[in-house]
Design a protein around this ligand. Structure first.
Ligand SMILES: Nc1nc2c(ncn2[C@@H]2O[C@H](COP(=O)(O)OP(=O)(O)OP(=O)(O)O)[C@@H](O)[C@H]2O)c(=O)[nH]1
Ligand SMILES: [Mg+2]
Ligand SMILES: [Zn+2]
Length: 265
């Protein structure tokens, strides 16, 4: 990039001005069809541009955060891109069984859920990748780079053993990188994340990030209901009757309270 202003993300299409052989400067970034990023109260971090699908990679070991899955799904909904949940390391049979039962809820909501092992078999992923620019996201140690290597052997991505003591990965991947399976099918590996801040999503829009909430939005007693315990809240009643899973309302409320000041606007 020329000057200090960065702003290009993996997946961006740019115009470049060649300088010396093999070198060039980015003149401009072309309009994006989507932009995936995370943000807290202070800064934003671009994850990937122009992706048409977000692949949330989870595994039973190290343990994954269901809250993070909910945040990734909300981000996908806000950008109107497809979301696919991949439960990796299915060769670890017993812990995977427990993780799979947690994730069943998301399949019921309509999100495709694949159980695979990057170490033994990834073939079932291929049909889901076809025609998409996908980005693999998730916590460190879930096996994103191992998946890339299984799908694209010449990628030779660095991977690292997880820390059993800390029940975490080692933040092995430091930069996002795009790989091409065929000209229409591309895949981005991204660094593991612990947090997925969504400060850029307006508090009033957040409920739209939860697909099964849609039929209830606009049905609450107060038009500015934040669904955090206000009287006559349609989501509250729906969760009490079991029409929506109470776990999702809990994640929604956690998310909205983390927005804090942003919500009070
Ligand atoms: N048993 C088993 N282990 C796996 C599988 N996939 C990945 N691993 C192991 O999990 C560890 C972490 O894998 P990575 O691919 O480095 O994880 P990552 O998600 O890219 O991690 P970051 O780059 O830190 O975000 C490595 O030791 C892998 O060998 C799998 O399907 N089964
Ligand atoms: Mg990695
Ligand atoms: Zn409400």
């Amino acid at each position: 990039m020329r000057g200090k202003k960065g702003g290009a993300a993996c997946g961006d299409r740019v115009l470049i001005q060649p300088t010396t052989t093999g070198q060039g400067v980015i003149e401009s970034i072309l309009p994006r069809s989507s932009l995936l990023y995370r943000s807290d109260a202070y800064r934003e971090k671009l994850i990937a541009a122009n992706v048409t699908q977000i692949i949330i990679v989870v595994a039973a070991v190290p343990s994954f955060s269901e809250e993070l899955v909910n945040r990734c799904l909300a981000a996908a909904e806000s950008q109107r891109i497809k979301a696919l949940i991949v439960l990796n390391k299915s060769d670890l049979a017993e812990p995977t069984r427990v993780a799979a039962s947690t994730l069943l809820l998301y399949r019921e909501l309509g999100y495709p859920l694949l159980q695979i092992s990057a170490k033994t078999d990834v073939a079932s992923m291929l049909p889901h990748l076809q025609g998409h620019l996908s980005v693999l996201v998730g916590q460190s140690g879930m096996g994103k780079s191992t998946l890339i290597n299984a799908l694209i052997p010449e990628a030779e991505r660095a991977t690292a053993e997880i820390s059993v003591a800390l029940d975490t990965g080692r933040h092995t991947t430091t930069h996002a990188r795009l790989y091409e399976i065929d000209p229409d099918t591309r895949l981005i590996d991204s660094p593991g994340m612990q947090e997925f801040g969504l400060h850029h999503i307006d508090g009033a829009d957040l409920a739209w990030g939860f697909v099964e909430f849609h039929p209830y939005l606009g049905q609450c007693r107060f038009s500015n209901c934040h669904h955090t315990g206000e009287p006559g809240c349609a989501l509250d009643s729906a969760s009490k009757t079991g029409e929506i899973n109470p776990r999702r309302l809990v994640f929604y409320r956690k998310l909205i309270s983390s927005l804090g000041a942003a919500l009070r606007k």
